[in-house]
Design a protein around this ligand. Structure first.
Ligand code: SF4
Length: 513
């Protein structure tokens, strides 16, 4: 079976004078029906389509004129077995097996296409010199290439350093009626992808990235991840982990791939198995349950969370009512509440303070969740102090050093940036607080798990991007985001370091070699 691409007519350029004069999006499409499909999807008067002919040889770069960003768009032959007609591949790189051109930012475009309702993924594109026979597919796929085409490599080389992307639609649907249906599905996808290509071109610009320091992993998160890694190494898979070890999708996924099994509750763990308690801590009831079940426990609770637990126990022992300032439902808060459930009351806002019902005004103390916004927590603490002037405070700050430092650092970049990106997962309390901190400084901010979550519309008109990562987000994600932004134009990275960190925590004896 061969790829169902008809022979090309001669190259042609767009005949719309308004579009031809524009400097927005330039689309290079090999064949007439591909070019027409893209044209039907375009919305902006500054977008242009140049038909390049098969192998890209019918249109010279001298015909391309000025443009903000260039996208090669056309159909392609599937090499990966799980692709279906109409699926879109955004090239991370294009190669002919000898020469390779890397295309940063493919994940960002693929994410935007998925948000537009299309089936899209980022991956390697192979450029070949003749139509692909079915017998060649597995050979071509051996290097990880997802699709094959006949034009992308020579065309992207013509961009000469300007922003360039490749979006190919899978067209092959088998011999017979499937051929036509596959071609139509591919053309439909190209048409629907055209506005995304325009949004990408509108986001193309040179930028400054203001990198907040400190950012990313804290000592407690590094320790928790290392505990699971060592448990896997010493005891072998599976190692069960109660709740997410830290609140980050990438970290959890990576550990899952290595044999960790994440469960919500202990009843999902087989008797006698190894279970790791997450960095957020657990209540004594969970410890007792694990002991009754004969589970082999390795505790990855952050020592700074354990410190808050110890304070809760001490205050309760001394007859105090403990007002715990925190967010209801968060695992850390659940664990701390469980240390002295009859003596601890959750207080989330200043208005909760007025409603507090305590028997002895002279015997009240407060504690805090470790990952709160400092100013927000202080407003609740102030309300408590006003109502209970003799209230006891924790021995040392409960909001941990990592939370405090990352909030100061994001503020430092937010005051200079047009927009801030925070790498972190939605359930990461300290990451969400960084978004709020930036917004309180007057700068819009967005929480993203990785570059694929970046909406291209956020970048339009933005020349200075602030970038940070929550304490549970891996440093590699920050590098990937910078790399993705570099696909839109030159990126100059400047770091703003507000403090340096040297905190380290020891490992529990169960995983010390
Ligand atoms: S954010 Fe703070 S409390 Fe939480 S794991 Fe990191 S160091 Fe520990």
């Amino acid at each position: 079976m061969t790829e169902t691409i008809p022979q090309p007519p001669a190259a042609e350029t767009d005949d719309n004078p308004e579009r031809a004069a524009g400097a927005g999006l330039l689309v290079l499409a090999p064949l007439r029906f591909e070019a027409n499909a893209v044209r039907r999807g375009l919305r902006e008067s500054t977008s242009r389509v140049v038909r390049t002919g098969m192998r890209g040889g019918k249109a010279e770069p001298s015909q391309w004129g000025t443009f903000g960003g260039m996208v090669v768009m056309g159909t392609s032959a599937a090499l990966a077995a799980d692709l279906k007609p109409g699926d879109l591949i955004v090239a991370t790189e294009v190669t002919d097996g000898e020469r390779t051109v890397k295309l940063p930012g493919a994940d960002m475009i693929a994410g935007e296409l998925r948000r537009a309702g299309l089936s899209a993924r980022a991956g390697k594109v192979r450029t070949v010199s003749s139509l692909v026979k079915s017998s060649q597919r597995s050979l071509l796929a051996a290097d990880g290439s997802l699709v094959a085409d006949m034009e992308s490599l020579p065309l992207v080389a013509g961009a000469a350093g300007r922003p360039v992307a490749v979006i190919r639609a899978v067209s092959d649907g088998g011999v017979g009626p499937g051929m036509v249906a596959g071609g139509l599905a591919a053309l439909r996808s190209l048409r629907l992808a055209a506005p995304v290509a325009e949004a990408w071109a509108a986001a193309c610009a040179s930028r400054t990235v203001l990198l907040a320091g400190p950012r990313s992993f804290c000592a407690g998160v590094e320790r928790a991840i290392e505990i699971v890694e060592r448990a896997l190494e010493l005891r072998g898979a599976p190692v069960y982990v109660r709740k997410q070890i830290v609140h980050n999708t990438r970290v959890v996924h990576d550990l899952e791939e290595r044999g960790a099994v994440f469960v919500d509750e202990l009843d999902e763990v087989p008797d006698g198995a190894t279970v790791v308690f997450s960095a957020h801590g657990v209540s004594p009831a969970v410890r007792s349950d694990a002991s009754t079940r004969g589970l082999s426990v390795i505790d990855a609770t952050c020592p700074l969370v354990s410190k808050v637990h110890a304070e809760a126990r001490r205050f309760a022992r001394e007859g105090y009512t403990v007002a715990l300032i925190g967010h209801g439902g968060h695992e850390e808060v659940e664990g701390t509440l469980g240390e002295a459930p009859s003596s601890t009351i959750l207080v989330q806002t200043p208005s909760d303070v007025a409603a507090l019902d305590v028997t002895d005004d002279s015997k009240i103390a407060y504690l805090m969740q470790t990952t709160l916004a400092i100013d927000e927590a202080e407003s609740v603490a102030t309300a408590l102090k006003e109502r209970f002037p003799r209230m006891r405070a924790p021995g040392s700050d409960d909001i941990c050093y990592a939370t405090t430092n990352r909030q100061a650092a994001v503020r430092a970049v937010a005051v200079e940036a047009d927009m801030v990106l925070v790498a972190g997962s939605r359930n990461s309390s300290n990451s969400v607080r960084l978004v709020e901190r930036s917004e309180r400084a007057g700068t819009p901010a967005h929480l993203i798990d990785d570059a694929s979550d970046i909406s291209l519309s956020w970048l339009s008109g933005v020349s200075a991007v602030g970038l940070t990562a929550g304490a549970s987000a891996p440093p590699a994600v920050v590098s990937e985001i910078i790399d993705a932004l570099s696909g839109l134009g030159t990126v100059t990275v400047t770091e703003r370091v507000t403090t340096t960190e040297s905190v380290q925590f020891g490992l529990p004896r169960e995983v010390r070699h």
